[in-house]
Design a protein around this ligand. Sequence first.
Ligand code: ARG
Length: 581
Amino acid sequence: MSIIKDLENRINEEIKTIGYDHNFKLAVSNRLDLGEYQINDCMNLAKVYHESPIEIAKKVVAKLEEMNIFENINIAGPGFINLSLNKDFVVNSVNLMNEDIYNNIDKLEKKKIVIDYGGANIAKQLHVGHLRSANIGEAIKRLAKTLGYEVIGDAHLGDYGRPLGLVIREIKERYPDLEYFNPEYKGDYSEVELPITNEDLESIYPYASTRGKEDESYMDDAREITSKIQKHERGYYELWKKITDISKADVKKIYDKLGVEFELWNGEADAVEYLDELLKAFRDKNLTVLSEGAEIVNVEKEDDNTPMPPLLLIKSNGTISYATTDLATILQRRKEVNPDEIWYVVDSRQSLHLEQVFRASRLAKLVDDDVKLIHIPFGTMNGKDGKPFKTRDGGVMSLKNLMKLVYDVTYNKITNESLSEEQKKNIADITSIATLKYADLIPFVGTDYIFDMDKFSELEGKTGPYILYSTVRMNSLLTKAKDIEYKEYKMYQNKTDKDIILTLLKLPSVLSHSLEIKSLNEITDYLYELTSKYNKFYQEFRVLDEENKDLQESWLVLTKLVYDVNTLLLDILSIKVPEKM
Ligand code: ARG
């Protein structure tokens, strides 16, 4: 159990002996001049025990004094208790954390979670929204794992909709003689070449999409092709598979660069084997209605105060919708993984879609009622003009483009002439990704934010480069100290180093609360707070020149601990640390 929680328990046991059965909380004080912590519960107890708050506070303080854990205990105002941790307790705490950081992290009861994030679309460029889903999802997954959950990340690739039909329609236009379009072809498709690269695909989709909007018969063809793929008509289906392979390889490369890893690489198409069972679940319960040739499910509720359109299960041309694949995927996850909860890290603009899916899933009882389906909606990354990120000529900013822009800015900021070209590139690679990822996790998950490239790539302030640079510097201090033996924490000097320890003691509550709210903003804040406090210390004291050996040893232990916490948190955010900077 974490150190402060354990301490709270001990306090509560003690106070119980004088008759107050209550969950006293040690709140971190924002008035360090009065004390490091506060106990604010005496006011509430006054009503319960019919005593004045000040009387209760006095008795509580007497008990706290007996515990030999606190110093400067004082009562303020009508009954607020201020208190600070004494030296022995602080020293012991550091040694406990130094033995194992997990001694100060609260583990949760086991649960199995599927987390649906990433959501890249086959044959379409990834855009900045996909960065957010992948980045946030990966971090939430790692956070949940750190706190003891079993978590299975699923990429849920968009591989089954009309975009693929459009892309194939356009390929047919450009290469009508490909065997894929020859119904007579009986040979082996793995031997058939496809003269198309991922770059081609990236330009084909926007082209086909625009043409489809202008040309009705072209769009009809694309619809028909989509339906052929879904019916597994041999040539089209094989071509679809080939395109999926090409595109997936590229998507994997990008995710790899971003430090995003999936346990499952399922796509919408993989859920289709559950389609019959899905339809049966709805039809058997009479949940579907025919409407203009389509089969729909009404998901509205009486107390809805905004319109809730019906869910489209089967379109009038017989193809299935985005919602249908999401429903089939719920069934698939129940059968193949059987999770306690499914979390969806999906753009807030898809809230209505997911609400429809969740409601329909409940109606058809695709999962037990106690299996939670949770949408974690994220906001939009905007450019400096406050509008969704655009390229200079006003087009949609692809994720690759954005990564390249940040890379260039980062590379140009590297001034260290002693680095080789290769080292510079490597540092720019790691640091630019950190810039992007860290900035993206600063705001509360649901909030839109402005990605200010100049600000977020600075080496100062709340930025990825600042955290990385400082962490690298801690490591280099430890490397320089490798001939000094440092094992035990013995003492602190003053407020500057003690403050670092008080911050370390906050770690478990930051982690637990972050998972509760499923947002990383408190972790990025905390990294900045801890790093800044360490840097203040680094500026104030010269660790390697310190003559008091006990103090020097303690400072090295503390440095190692901050370094370990930083790397743990950066690993949760899946941000790599370069060897030098
Ligand atoms: N492929 C979708 C998109 O790009 C995101 C998928 C989100 N996940 C889901 N289960 N619907 O918009």
